[in-house]
Design a protein around this ligand. Structure first.
Ligand SMILES: C[S@@+](CC[C@H](N)C(=O)[O-])C[C@H]1O[C@@H](n2cnc3c(N)ncnc32)[C@H](O)[C@@H]1O
Length: 205
């Protein structure tokens, strides 16, 4: 949200959500900018809550279905296994405006070989059934498949674009803009022969 405001968006048009309500006050403390934001624009909610809880939760009742023209989900879906990514994606589509051109976008960790990856310690806690927790890493094709499946479930026609490589000037533009070396950060977090960063847009057609 802060980057959008820096780039010229009006705070009144922006909303944010996370599982943890504490993030709102903590971020004001960090950035000392509470006065910049209208009240009620941060919504603590669980995108994976049971159906009834989600329908009664802050996203669906305070923001409401079909209210967002653009939804940014950078570094988000890759936290979950495939089943939960599908659940989250379907719910994200419920928030998206009912008009062609409405957009979900972001980037996340991907892999040249798509599939479930068991989490390593300290994130490797067991499911109730005693199975190791996994996260699904996508390549562009599997990512498109996920959203097409979510689109069918939500009754939303979609055009999906997903690529592994950022535009050539991405690092340079960001580095000049924000004063840090994005390319070096990418090297630190996106290691391993198969790991890639996946950039995507999902547009209502
Ligand atoms: C890696 S951060 C990405 C944050 C931001 N998009 C960014 O790029 O800096 C992922 C966020 O997802 C939140 N999260 C995890 N599980 C969630 C859930 N079930 N519902 C909503 N948010 C969740 C975490 O609390 C965390 O803040």
């Amino acid at each position: 949200m802060r980057k959008c405001i820096y780039d010229g968006a009006l705070p009144i048009n922006l909303y944010a959500s996370d599982l943890f309500s504490e993030y709102e006050e903590l971020s004001y403390e960090l950035w000392r900018d509470k006065a910049t934001f209208p009240q009620g624009h941060f919504m603590a909610d669980d995108i994976l809550a049971p159906n009834e809880a989600f329908t009664r939760g802050t996203l669906m009742t305070q923001l409401g279905p079909g209210q967002c023209d653009i939804i940014s989900i950078t570094m988000f879906l890759h936290l979950f296994d495939y089943a939960n990514q599908l659940k989250a994606a379907t719910r994200i589509l419920r928030l998206l405006a009912h008009k062609p051109g409405s957009l979900v976008l972001g980037s996340q960790a991907g892999s040249t070989t798509p599939g479930e990856v068991p989490l390593k310690p300290p994130f490797a806690e067991l499911h109730e059934e005693g199975k190791r927790r996994t996260v699904y890493r996508h390549n562009p094709e599997s990512f498109e498949g996920l959203w097409k499946e979510a689109g069918r479930a939500a009754g939303v026609p979609l055009k999906v674009s997903a690529v592994f490589h950022a535009p050539d000037d991405f690092g340079k533009v960001k580095a000049a803009d924000e004063g840090f070396d994005v390319a070096a950060k990418e090297r630190k977090y996106f290691t391993g022969a198969e790991t890639r960063r996946l950039y995507f847009s999902v547009m209502r057609s």
